[in-house]
Design a protein around this ligand. Structure first.
Ligand code: ADP
Ligand code: MG
Length: 263
């Protein structure tokens, strides 16, 4: 029997977005997004401000209710159950369970200000995954090593730099053992000298085989780490392809204009 290459095997797909649409009132922000992300793939999503990148990311864990289309993560329909060909929105409980598999890191770190680092990372695994304190703490310490913050478990968010806080936020997302990590401009709120340390952690994650969808303006990171780059403008995917191809020799005028402004 011959082995099928992963990308033609349905089980090799992590995210499948089919004709995803989203309107706010009369404003159609996503106009039919189609996208497949394979397991272990790192995809960077580029595009001008207002093009719908955050809205699309938020649709993937149903923080936004889509106006049309569907999204599957690891073969599971997001936000809905299908019965007799009709879609019914999930209960909050089912949705919460589904979201456990999808880690999300935002521009703003959103750490719990009144909790130390160890509690920030271990709380959800204890409360939601039902891990014991020992288990959750041990894993949190392991993750602190991964994000280069070994020994900082007792620090409070206000005692940390923005870059350190963002690395704690990444560790916190990883503590739930997600199948997929979504990053929405994770370095955009950071002072320039702190960007590198966060990108270094993301690079490590990518090398470890994590499936990642990253909205970013860091072209050097995208070129080096992404398997594929998607350029979005005004709610549509304008261009996609291997990172170097899209960044170094874009085909579409809109992509060229955008990239010119970035340099
Ligand atoms: P990007 O992340 O690419 O900058 P967004 O997804 O944040 O773009 O926004 C796309 C468009 O949708 C923008 O025009 C924005 O104003 C609009 N938008 C986003 N969220 C809302 C909302 N909750 N209500 C109304 N309009 C929104
Ligand atoms: Mg955004």
């Amino acid at each position: 029997m011959t082995q099928q290459p992963a990308f033609t095997d349905g089980s090799g797909v992590m995210v499948e977005a089919l004709d995803v649409r989203k309107s706010f009132g009369a404003h159609e922000v996503l106009k039919g997004i189609n996208l497949t992300i394979r397991k272990g793939e790192v995809v960077c999503l580029l595009g001008p401000s207002g093009s719908g990148k955050s809205t699309f990311l938020r649709c993937i864990n149903h923080l936004e209710r889509m106006s049309g289309g569907r999204i599957l993560v690891d073969g599971h329909l997001i936000g809905y159950n299908e019965r007799h060909g009709l879609l019914y929105e999930m209960s909050g409980k089912e949705l919460a369970r589904q979201r456990q598999d999808i880690g999300m890191v935002f521009q703003r770190f959103n750490l719990f200000a009144h909790h130390d680092v160890l509690t920030n990372i271990s709380q959800a695994p204890m409360l939601i995954r039902g891990q014991s304190r020992e288990q959750a703490f041990a894993r949190a310490r392991e993750l602190l090593k991964l994000v280069d913050l070994e020994g900082r478990e007792d620090a409070y968010p206000y005692q940390l730099s923005g870059g350190q806080q963002q690395r704690v936020a990444i560790a916190r997302a990883l503590a739930m053992n997600p199948k997929l990590m979504l990053f929405d401009e994770p370095t955009s709120a950071l002072d320039p000298e702190l960007v590198g340390e966060v990108l270094a952690v993301m690079r490590k994650l990518a090398a470890d085989g994590m499936t990642m969808l990253v909205v970013t303006h860091e072209l050097a990171f995208a070129r080096e780490v992404a398997d594929r780059v998607i350029f979005m403008d005004q709610g549509v995917v304008v261009e996609e392809g291997p990172a170097q191809q899209v960044i170094d020799s874009p085909q579409h005028e809109r992509t060229k204009t955008f990239l010119r402004r970035m340099h």
